[in-house]
Design a protein around this ligand. Sequence first.
Ligand code: ATP
Ligand SMILES: O=C(O)[C@@H](O)C(=O)CO
Length: 427
Amino acid sequence: MGIRLGAIADDFTGATDLANNLVRAGMRVVQLIDVPEDEDDGQGLAGDADAVVIALKSRTVPVAEAVDASLRALAWLRGAGAEQVYFKYCSTFDSTPAGNIGPVAEALMDALDTDFTVATPAFPDNGRTVFKGHLFVGDVLLSESGMRDHPLTPMTDSNLVEVLGAQTRRPVGLIDHTVVAGGADAVRARIAELRVQKVAFAVVDAVSNDDLVRLGEAVRDLPLVTAGSGLAIGLPANWGLRPSTEAAQLPPASGYRAIVSGSVSTATNGQVRAFLGTGRPAFSVDPLRIAAGEDVAGSALAFAEAHLADGPVLIYSTEAPEAVRGVQSRLGAAEAGELVERTLAEVARGLVARGVRQLVVAGGETSGAVVQALGVTGLRIGPQIDPGVPWCAATPPDGRTLHLALKSGNFGGPDFFSAAFALLEPA
Ligand SMILES: Nc1ncnc2c1ncn2[C@@H]1O[C@H](COP(=O)(O)OP(=O)(O)OP(=O)(O)O)[C@@H](O)[C@H]1O
Ligand SMILES: O=C(O)[C@@H](O)C(=O)CO
């Protein structure tokens, strides 16, 4: 039997976030890093999974690359038998007027020969809610949240009908909260109405998990859904699956502990400050020193080597928005991002080579670079640390289990780093 749900995530932390919600709602999930090149490998890895999530790094690459990677992922997932496809993007709808959410969704619709899909980044467990088509982050509109300062995808408009409308030539409509509150039949009736009006995308309001469960039931027959990870809680029931009480089990953890943080989000800034406050070893990566040709990765690894036994050790480029803007104005945003990602990926590889087996990575782009550098191809999803962030077990090419937590920039409580390692301690 093939898989039920096939998912395409536009970044790596987003993929584990989605996999985490699917596991908690009762699905057995395998996460693959990028589209498997060797088909048998991937099929073998999917095993008896109900869902496969393919993690891409397509959020901020040029549109054509994102579309191409997503279509390759789709082809693989259909080959594995996926009955429904889930395009996962960020709960803060990270994108620019060029894309990539609209163009990727359109390409998937064409490939699946469907004229309609839904779009909702709502993830109430993490404070992301959609009302009257407007996205809220906690108590404020998206455009008033830290996302307005994001280095790659600044979000300055909270009206998702407009934001998505700018990324697609197809009409975008709204299924508002009064309809969602009316239940799955009301949503289905509204979808039928919108289809008659030739609306291709419906942004859907959702302010609670109950809304997402109702929506999940209503979209059962759509070949494609597009969403943050929240909608995942409403889909497994469509295949008769129920939340499992058993926490996802991983092998016992071993080895040194480290954190690599290239995230510049508000939550990560707070978590790094909290970690520094504990007086534990930490090394700051300065992008200007990398640009000047210094061996910053080498210095970071020498520092780590001296402190791993008293770990966890933190290696971070995380800075407040003003400092990041200062670096970007000197190096260019893309260039700075790439330099830092390359350096942190090299650091992560060096840490694992020095015996780190419990590694937290903060930031979606950073996680993508790290996971690729480590040669990890698949992840088993384990227990949740905080909403949206589970521990995962990976088997890098050296064959020894590596516990990895890939944290989205804005996820996790202030003491996330300590909480993560505490969760792996034997009871
Ligand atoms: N000090 C810095 N100056 C400039 N750019 C930086 C700095 N530190 C990190 N960056 C870059 O900023 C980008 C941050 O993106 P990343 O996705 O890793 O984190 P995030 O945006 O905070 O989290 P998420 O995408 O998960 O919400 C990366 O490209 C990273 O290399
Ligand atoms: O949806 C989210 O907020 C996260 O899973 C994510 O994608 C951040 O990179």
